[in-house]
Design a protein around this ligand. Sequence first.
Ligand code: PMT
Length: 221
Amino acid sequence: PTLPALADKHIVITAGPTREALDPVRYLTNHSSGKMGYAIAAAAAKAGAKVTLISGPTVLPVPQGISVHKVESAAQMHQCVMAEMPTCDIFIATAAVADYRCAQVAEQKIKKNSDELTLTFVKNPDILKDVATLAEAPFTLGFAAETQDIEHYARQKMANKKLDMIAANDVSNADIGFNSDQNALLVLWQDGQEALPIASKDKLAEQLVTLLAKRFEEKQK
Ligand code: PMT
C-alpha cells in the first residue's frame, strides 16, 4: 500500500551477504540470499519511497523502480552506503555483513604446502553503527540475527548502535531466517514492540515497512 509518511523519502537498504577475499580465487561469506532485503526494497518502493538498494552478491532479480548498487566486500558496502547518506532519510540494514576480513589478502593463490593453515582476520567497519552515529543521522532500522535470548540481545544491539528500531530474527531455525522464503520477526523500538509471526518474506516486508512508517512519522513530530 502507499504510505503518505514515506512519500518521496529516500530509503537506503543493504541486502545479502558480503564476500571477503582470502586470495584471488577464494573468499569467506555466509548464507544470506538477499531475499529479506530485496523484499523490503520492493515494499518500500510500493509505499512511495525513493529506494536505493546496496546489495552484496545474490542471484535475485532487481525489483522494479529501484536503484541498485552491487558490491562484494564489507569495505565496499560501507563506502557505497556512506556516499548515499547526505540524501538519506531512512536506513535499513538487512545485509549479513562479514564482521572480519583477511588482514592481508594473498596476492597469489594460497598453495597447499602445509598440513595447517593459519589466517589472520581484522574487524570490518560496522556500517549500521557508523550511519546511526552520524551528526545528521537518518532514521535507522537494524536487523539482529540471533540464536538465543532474541529480545535481550536485540535490545542490547539497538542501544549499542543507537538505533531507532531493530527487527530480530531467530537464525537457529532453518525454516526461517537465512536463505528460506519465510521469516518471523520481533520488531523492537524504545518504548514498544510487535511480533510479526512466520510468513513469506514479501508479506513480512510489507508489515515491517508499515511499522517503520508509523515510527518514522512519530519521530518527525
Ligand atoms: O538474506 P536472507 O537469506 O533473506 O536472510 C535474511 C537475514 C537472516 C540475513 C536477515 O533477516 C538478517 O537478520 N540480517 C542481519 C544479519 C546480521 O548480520 O545480523 P547481526 O546481528 O550480525 O548484525 C546486526 C546489524 O548490524 C544488522 O543490521 C547488520 O546489517 C548490521 N551490520 C553488522 C556488521 C557490520 N559490519 N555492519 C553492519 O551494518
